[in-house]
Structures are given as structure tokens and as C-alpha cells.
Design a protein around this ligand. Structure first.
Ligand code: 3EB
Length: 340
């Protein structure tokens, strides 16, 4: 389908027709060569982790600068059912089967006057792409930036990021915010990476009854409340829930500062609550979930992996990364996918 052949006005109007559900996406962690991952049918994104540069200019190949912890350095491979087209559009890279798309943008902060303006620019580019695309509905966004807790008070880089995102993000009419993750890199690279999953019909945002909706956080957390939903129920037949970065926040307050075990327990309680709020019945386990864990302290990795293996089973797809949560007192954040 020609990206430009669709009428944006029509795409912006909320869809109320009953439409058949989409096939679900598959996401898996595998230690395989990049070339063979990209060669498999239906692969829409291949995400690597750590400092090694991407060795191909295939638009589907993404690299997140966070170091994998605990010895497991896999690729994250996303697959869809359809035939993939991919390309570039200025600094954007995209891949799509017409029902789902991945789109990514990586900017040098120095080129755009800092973190707020870089973020605004990145989101403006993504928003313009969305409106031209056959997949104008955001399901899920991932954000990775340097030194997320640097700066005092409202000058903190995460808060500046939130203001830039709110200034650049547009949503289709009547749509809620997508699920999201925002994590800080330890090794500064001067770059902002945002990538997103979009689809040709809207998902259903899900909020967590244990937590205040993030977009309603009070002023004390910054001038612009964060633009994300706690989770997004995908518009597919498989009952897939995209889970936002989830931490030890209850209501709007951080719990158990400095206490890793208690933060982990609180985070798992939040995940359970969110999965229930989505109407999913299955437990979070190796058959129904994929989890990515961000740890502020690399030394916590062995203990956290052991605890999560005990809780979810040895086969649970689990990736541990060295990354900073957007509140300085939080040591751990978990995001992922739940299939009911
Ligand atoms: C929180 O619950 C923790 O700004 O996109 C989690 C997930 C967090 C996404 C974002 C921030 C974001 O507020 C931080």
C-alpha cells in the first residue's frame, strides 16, 4: 500500500466499526546471528542491547545502548504474520506489514539544543509519520536517553523529556496514550532513541487501580505529567497486553526507597494488578509473558534473576538490563508483554 495514498482526515476519525481482530505479534529473545534473525519470515524488528554498533543498515535493526546483565546478551526479535516492507524517511526508520509497524528515530541531542527540544523534535517526526501511515495508532513506545536523573528539580532531564514529549506527541482523535518505557543509559552517548509499535486500528489503554494514572501525576513530579498509559491491550485476537515500565510506585508515591527486595515485590504486585485490570486471567509465567528488567545497580542482577526465576519458572523469557529508572530512588523497573 502506498503510504501517501491514504486520506489523513479519514485516518484521524475514530473507528467504531466492528472489524476482525488482528493476528498477534510474537516476541522472543534468542542468541542468534543478526543476519539469520533478519532473514526469518515476518521479522519486523531485531533489537540488540549494549554498546556494540549495529552492523547492518537494515531499517529493522535497532540497538539499545543499555548493557545486558547476568551473561545473557540476546536479540529481541519481533515477528508478524504479513509481508514486511521497510524503509527510511529522513531520520526515521520503519518496517510494516500494513497492520503493524515499527518506527524508530535516533537524534543527537547536540543537533537539537538539548534533551527537551530533541524529544519534541523526535515526537514531531513520529507524529507526522503516523498521520501518513496505514498504521496511525500508537500501541507502545520505548525511550532511551542519557543520564535520566541528572539535573535538580524541574531541570531534571527526565522532566525535560516529559515536556518535550508532550509538545511533540499527537494522537488520533479519541485515542488514549500508548504504553511506554523511559529509561536512562549509564554510558553517555549524547543520543536520544525513541522507537514505537503502531497498528492500523486502536488498542485499548489500561490503567492500574494500584497507581494513579501517570498523566495525572501531581505538579511536584514535574511541570508536565508523563504521557503514557500503564498498559495497552492490543487490537488482536490473541489478547496481548503491552505493559509499560512498572516500578514500586503506589498511588503516585515511590515505595521502599533503597530496598531492592521490597521494590521488586511491589513492582510484581503492580504487574499482577495491571494484568487483572486488563481482564486477563492467565498468570504471568513462561507460557504467557515476556519480561524486560531494568536495574540501576548492575550488582543486583544475579539476585533479581534468581528471584524472578523462582517466581515465574526457569523458562520465563527474561532480559536484565543496566538502566536507570526515571525517579532517582527507584532501583528496578519491569516492562513486557502478557498473552492471555
Ligand atoms: C512511573 O511509573 C515510572 O515516562 O514513559 C514508567 C514507564 C515510567 C514509562 C515514561 C515512565 C515512563 O512513573 C516511570
Amino acid at each position: 500500500m502506498e503510504l501517501s495514498s491514504l486520506n489523513p482526515d479519514r485516518l484521524e476519525s475514530p473507528s467504531t466499526r466492528a472489524v476482525p481482530a488482528l493476528p498477534g505479534l510474537d516476541v522472543a529473545y534468542a542468541e542468534v546471528p543478526v543476519a539469520s534473525a533478519l532473514a526469518a519470515p515476518g521479522v519486523i524488528a531485531v533489537i540488540g542491547f549494549g554498546d556494540s554498533p549495529a552492523t547492518t543498515d537494515d531499517p529493522r535493526r535497532l540497538q539499545v545502548g543499555l548493557e545486558p546483565l547476568d551473561g545473557f546478551a540476546p536479540l529481541e526479535i519481533w515477528r508478524v504474520q504479513g509481508v514486511i516492507e521497510s524503509g527510511r524517511d529522513g531520520p526515521l526508520r520503519w518496517a510494516s506489514d500494513g497492520t503493524y509497524s515499527f518506527v524508530a528515530v535516533e537524534l543527537d541531542e547536540a543537533d537539537h539544543g538539548g534533551v527537551a527540544d530533541s524529544t519534541r523534535h523526535a515526537y514531531a517526526l513520529l507524529s507526522a509519520w503516523r498521520r501518513r501511515s496505514p498504521t496511525p495508532h500508537w500501541l507502545r513506545m520505548w525511550n532511551y536517553l542519557d543520564a535520566i536523573n541528572q539535573g535538580e528539580g524541574d531541570a531534571e532531564r527526565y522532566r525535560q523529556f516529559c515536556s518535550g514529549r508532550a509538545a511533540g506527541l499527537t494522537l488520533p482523535a479519541a485515542a488514549g496514550y500508548p504504553a511506554a518505557t523511559a529509561i536512562g543509559l549509564h554510558r553517555p552517548r549524547g543520543r536520544l532513541l525513541v522507537y514505537a509499535l503502531a497498528s492500523n486500528r486502536p488498542g485499548r489503554p489500561v490503567e492500574n487501580p494500584r497507581q494513579l494514572n501517570a498523566w495525572r501525576y501531581p505538579r511536584r513530579y514535574g511541570p508536565t505529567a508523563p504521557s503514557f498509559a500503564r498498559a495497552m491491550r492490543a487490537p488482536d485476537e490473541r489478547a496481548q497486553l503491552y505493559i509499560s515500565g512498572t516500578a514500586a510506585i503506589v498511588g503516585h508515591a515511590s515505595r521502599h526507597p533503597g530496598d531492592l527486595d521490597s521494590q521488586l515485590a511491589e513492582t510484581l504486585a503492580n504487574l499482577d494488578s495491571l494484568i487483572r485490570a486488563a481482564g486477563h486471567r492467565a498468570a504471568l509465567d513462561a507460557h504467557h509473558g515476556v519480561l524486560k528488567v531494568y536495574l540501576r545497580r548492575a550488582a543486583d542482577a544475579v539476585q533479581v534473576r534468581q528471584l524472578l526465576r523462582q517466581r515465574f519458572g526457569a523458562d520465563m523469557p527474561l532480559l536484565l538490563l543496566h538502566g536507570d529508572v526515571c525517579r532517582a530512588e527507584l532501583l528496578v523497573e519491569i516492562d513486557g508483554l502478557h498473552n492471555d
